[in-house]
Write a protein that binds this ligand. Structure first.
Ligand code: HEM
Length: 190
């Protein structure tokens, strides 16, 4: 995974727990705390070891780490100079997610060795849709929950998002999320 991802994990830990906590995470993960180069691809195993070490440091599950990381990723990439790319993706959550492959495609022009995840939106009714996620890295699926929450915050929307674990969802590398835009739901109930 590109260093940009590992750097975001580093920033998340330092912002919430400080430098010493990050040193402990690196020690536990068996990696140097010298830092990562954003534009350099690293072995995926480093990212997985970091996630495991952060879960020990923060006493939360790896699923919770990935959810928190996904939410943070939206803020982090905006801060790192990709805000305009995020702005160009759409005016609300549904529109943005529909354009996500296009946006990541543009990112691929910068991070040329990146292994792109693929997303597909399946509308159910206004304000309610399924988000399909295909990735070579199935263990990252909980990150998508945080990403959707982070994007919703960026658009000042309130959402409910959950992963569907039905029999049809067991294909390796495929995950499905139900997204309900609460503002829509409330409007419909009134
Ligand atoms: C403009 C902002 C963004 C940039 C610069 C960016 C860049 C990247 C990069 C460099 C990677 C690592 C890929 C690799 O090393 O193979 C990645 C992975 C990923 N990105 Fe983005 N991304 C952005 C926004 C988003 C958003 C908004 C989402 C929302 C769903 C998203 C979802 C993901 C996921 C799920 C992965 C994990 C890769 C996998 O499943 O294999 N990204 N992104």
């Amino acid at each position: 995974m590109y260093g940009l991802v590992n750097r975001a994990i580093e920033q998340l830990v330092i912002a919430s727990k400080g430098d010493i906590a990050w040193e402990r995470v690196c020690l536990h993960a068996g990696i140097s705390s010298d830092g990562f180069i954003a534009m350099c691809p690293y072995d995926d195993d480093i990212t997985y070891r970091l996630v495991e070490a952060v879960s020990v440091e923060l006493s939360i599950t790896q699923t919770q780490v990935l959810e928190a990381f996904g939410e943070y990723w939206v803020l982090y990439t905006a801060d790192e100079g990709y805000g305009e790319l995020l702005d160009a993706g759409g005016n609300d959550l549904r529109e943005f997610l529909g354009n996500l492959n296009l946006m990541h495609g543009r990112v691929e022009g910068i991070f040329t060795q990146m292994k792109l995840p693929r997303f597909r939106v399946e509308d159910i009714r206004p304000g309610e849709f399924l988000l399909h996620y295909d990735s070579e890295r199935p263990t990252l699926a909980p990150m998508v929950i945080g990403l959707v929450r982070g994007l919703a915050k960026r658009f000042r929307q309130t959402v409910h998002v959950e992963r569907l674990l039905s029999a049809g969802d067991i294909a390796p590398g495929h995950a499905v999320f139900m997204v309900i835009e609460k503002s829509h739901a409330q409007t419909e109930e009134q």
